[in-house]
Design a binder for this molecule. Structure first.
Ligand SMILES: Cc1cc2nc3c(=O)[nH]c(=O)nc-3n(C[C@H](O)[C@H](O)[C@H](O)COP(=O)(O)OP(=O)(O)OC[C@H]3O[C@@H](n4cnc5c(N)ncnc54)[C@H](O)[C@@H]3O)c2cc1C
Length: 394
């Protein structure tokens, strides 16, 4: 048995755990990072068509962790956002909401290809001096009052704090007996990339339909496909299942019925992905010598692309709470992190939930009210600015 003393163990090297490891290592913490998946230092994965919307407020965290400069494909700035309401096969309602980045002086954020984030994080993890990386591997964690033993193969790492960054099904959260509440939506999202004839001009479209939002997010083009967008096509479960396996020509007709002609002719690039949608929140963010971050702590409806942004804000808050702490696993430190993050995450979760329920209805009076609401907000520059700054994570 090999024994080693480190400061913090992070289980899960997804975008949240990976960023946390780099941010803590940059501040001199000795970090163990374990993931059950392989994390190759160099990879050249094929285009997969998924994009993350990263809010402007989270870019600084990526930059200080060294991830931003390592992104292999240029992020695409989101300059404007169009929010429209409608029905499948009809033109959107004329009462719409338009957010222009010039009102806040900066891009709202960026769409970054999922593989680009993965490649950049993995590259930096292998270069980072203070990160002990074990992947593919599983960890057995035994916590006590003073710290935890993390068993990985025939090694034991003694740490002061264990961070669960394992995503929604976090085994560490379950082992600690932290309860979760789930809010099912009976919706699934079909995700893919679309190459189109006309440029998107950095405009993100959020088109609300009774089955769920249809989002078209601007991506950086490639040599073969100069005009590219990432689509998150939300529908009721049964229809989403059919869309996921539908033959291409019929699938393109379903897209045309929702997108209309704003991007000219289009075609799907790469494969389709499907995710069942469900909001989820943990009742506590910490237990003895254990803390939850990212999707291990919360899952929101992807209606406004805020899931990863909340996880990155968790990272920034945890790094801040741990700064200068002699014992990073001490209860007051973890309590301060929970007090900082849980109310904000809960507010976002409930806001996204309300938005989805408000727009996923065909009830005529409610449709009229929300269209009038969109048009009214569109005429209120102060309120619009507040919305924009919130979406930007500021
Ligand atoms: C349809 C859809 C669209 C979305 N779009 C956006 C968007 O545009 N913008 C946005 O900000 N967010 C978006 N999200 C949310 C976003 O995908 C998540 O919030 C984000 O991936 C959470 O990151 P994470 O690192 O916490 O967890 P994950 O990405 O789930 O990573 C968890 C990691 O832990 C590892 N792991 C799990 N269990 C173990 C274990 N026991 N031992 C070791 N390793 C383990 C896994 O291999 C993985 O690497 C979207 C989500 C969905 C479903």
């Amino acid at each position: 048995m090999l024994r080693q003393d480190l400061d913090i163990a992070i289980i899960g090297a997804g975008p949240v755990g990976g960023t946390l490891a780099l941010a803590l290592a940059a501040r001199g913490r000795r970090v163990l990072l374990v993931d059950r998946a392989d994390l190759p230092p160099m990879e050249d994965p094929a285009f997969d068509g998924r994009g993350y919307a990263i809010a402007a407020g989270c870019q600084a965290l990526f930059a200080t962790a060294g991830i931003w400069d390592a992104l292999p494909f240029a992020p695409c700035p989101i300059l404007d956002i169009d929010v429209t309401d409608g029905r499948v096969g009809r033109r959107p309602s004329a009462l719409k909401l338009h957010f222009d980045h010039k009102a806040v002086g900066d891009a709202f954020g960026w769409i970054i290809e999922a593989r680009s984030i993965r490649v950049a994080i993995n590259k930096r993890l292998h270069e980072a001096g203070n990160v002990t990386l074990r992947a593919p591997a599983t960890a057995r964690v035994v916590r006590d009052g003073q710290g935890a033993d993390v068993h990985v193969g025939d090694e034991i790492f003694r740490v002061k704090l264990v961070v669960a960054a394992e995503g929604r099904k976090s085994p560490l959260r379950q082992q600690a007996g932290i309860r979760v509440t789930k809010l099912p939506y009976n919706q699934s999202a079909v995700i893919f990339a679309l190459a189109h004839e006309k440029p998107h001009n950095g405009v993100a479209l959020e088109h609300f339909l009774p089955g769920g939002p249809f989002a078209v997010l601007p991506m950086t083009g490639t040599t073969d496909h100069p005009n590219l967008s990432a689509v998150v096509f939300t529908e009721r479960d049964a229809l989403a299942q059919r869309l996921y396996v539908m033959e291409d020509a019929a699938f393109m007709r379903e897209i045309a019925a929702r997108l209309g002609t704003r991007l000219g002719a289009f075609t799907q690039i790469g494969r389709r992905w499907m995710h069942r949608l469900e909001a989820m929140y943990a009742h506590r963010y910490y237990a003895e010598r254990l803390v939850l971050v990212g999707d291990s702590a919360h899952g929101v409806h992807p209606i406004a692309g805020q899931g990863l942004n909340l996880g990155l804000q968790d990272v920034a808050a945890l790094v801040d709470c741990l700064e200068g702490a002699a014992d990073p696993g001490a209860q007051p430190v973890l309590a301060r992190y929970q007090a900082t993050r849980r109310p904000v995450n809960m507010a976002m979760l409930l806001g996204m939930d309300a938005l989805d329920r408000l727009f996923s209805t065909n009830f005529a009076p409610l449709r009229l009210a929300r269209d009038l609401g969109l048009a009214a907000v569109n005429r209120m520059p102060g309120l619009k600015r507040r919305f924009m700054l919130t979406a930007m994570g500021r």
